[in-house]
Write a protein that binds this ligand. Structure first.
Ligand SMILES: CCC/C=C/C(=O)SCCNC(=O)CCNC(=O)[C@H](O)C(C)(C)COP(=O)([O-])OP(=O)([O-])OC[C@H]1O[C@@H](n2cnc3c(N)ncnc32)[C@H](O)[C@@H]1OP(=O)([O-])[O-]
Ligand SMILES: NC(=O)C1=CN([C@@H]2O[C@H](COP(=O)(O)OP(=O)(O)OC[C@H]3O[C@@H](n4cnc5c(N)ncnc54)[C@H](OP(=O)(O)O)[C@@H]3O)[C@@H](O)[C@H]2O)C=CC1
Length: 288
């Protein structure tokens, strides 16, 4: 079943729920980031979106402007610290404040753990953890701590305990989950909330481009609600969490996955050689 039919933005929130706020969404030109930028803009926020490719950013900006929203786009690779600074400069020049940061940019490749090279590991962690921290720190220091308010979102994965083929990526997302929790201990005193959102498998162009239909079917089979998620399932949650209705939520992870985390990626369990499943037949049993 294709699940990428757009939902109406904002859901049950008031249409002016984010009026006067400014939101920065990394990777806001596509998929979950684009849906989030649209949802926040539909609630009245001015939006800044960045990503490496200008074309999807321009498309998303057009959609936001068609809703009557304001959008600034920036072509930037957030793994470069100078680009992070430029993004925040431009956001502050354009709108004078940043109230909501959505650390959405991320990506990985699927590979057996033992085949992930040190460079491949580093590439994934550099984007998911280091670039996310660089952006968070820059926004907090320059825009949120001075105003004593803000909401920062991090994107993790569900299932949360590990995903076959994703050793690098799932461990990186565990780091950002912990970051959201730890920052809430330090930044609540500044009125900054830090929340991690852990989507299950969401039907986006990124998923179509980088994974096979077989991957998709396998993931779909592991979802108790019986379908993959839609970008709007995630963006609606972020819009809620960014709103006054979400103002008592911080330092935690909210899972939006159709029940996949409850089920786990481990059914059926991966193939294991027979000699490992019966202790008596272990080749090393007489010679431990
Ligand atoms: C439930 C969760 C479901 C989640 C779904 C989604 O997230 S959907 C969203 C889906 N969207 C996305 O995932 C976004 C698309 N993904 C990406 O853009 C990349 O995966 C990236 C994030 C690593 C980009 O990093 P980059 O531009 O820096 O990449 P680079 O080319 O410069 O290579 C750097 C290192 O990585 C290595 N390497 C690369 N590919 C493979 C491979 N297939 N195999 C093995 N290794 C690979 C490469 O060899 C090199 O290591 P070396 O040789 O130096 O040891
Ligand atoms: N789809 C899914 O099932 C799930 C996705 N996620 C995560 O949610 C986020 C969004 O995923 P999704 O919408 O599916 O996929 P996309 O591939 O569409 O989104 C990734 C976005 O990040 C941007 N991006 C990637 N690298 C950089 C970089 N170095 N600097 C700036 N921007 C960058 C991309 O733009 P550009 O390439 O132009 O730079 C793109 O807009 C990702 O972090 C993903 O890992 C989490 C759980 C499940």
């Amino acid at each position: 079943m294709r699940t990428d039919q757009p939902l109406p933005p904002v859901g049950g929130l008031r249409p002016d729920v984010h009026t006067g706020k400014v939101a920065l969404v990394t990777g806001g030109g596509t998929g979950i980031g684009r849906a989030t930028a649209l949802d926040l803009a539909a609630g009245g926020a001015s939006v800044v979106i960045c990503g490496r490719r200008p074309e999807p950013l321009a498309e998303a900006a057009k959609e936001i402007e068609a809703l009557g929203g304001s959008c600034v786009t920036l072509s930037a690779d957030i793994r470069e610290e100078s680009h992070v600074t430029t993004v925040v400069d431009r956001a502050l020049d354009a709108f004078g404040r940043i109230d909501v940061l959505v650390n959405n940019a991320g990506g990985q490749f699927s590979a057996p753990a033992e085949e992930i090279s040190p460079g491949g590991w580093r590439a994934v962690h550099r984007l998911a953890v280091e670039a996310t921290w660089a952006m968070t720190r820059e926004v907090a220091r320059r825009a949120m701590i001075p105003r004593r308010s803000g909401a920062v979102f991090f994107i993790a994965f569900s299932p949360r305990r590990g995903i076959p083929g994703f050793a690098h990526a799932a461990s990186a997302r565990a780091a950002v989950e912990n970051l959201a929790a730890g920052l809430s201990l330090e930044w609540s005193r500044y009125g900054i909330r830090t929340v991690c959102v852990a989507p299950g498998t969401i039907a986006t162009g990124g998923l179509d481009d980088h994974y096979t239909p077989e991957d998709r079917e396998r993931w779909e089979r592991s979802v108790p609600l019986g379908r993959l998620g839609r970008p709007e399932d995630v963006s609606g949650l972020i819009s809620f969490l960014a709103s006054p209705q979400g103002s008592y939520i911080t330092g935690t992870t909210v899972v939006v996955d159709g029940g996949a985390d409850a089920w786990g990626a481990g059914h059926p369990v991966p193939d294991v050689p027979h000699h490992l499943t019966t202790p008596d037949s272990s080749p090393n049993k007489d010679n431990p």
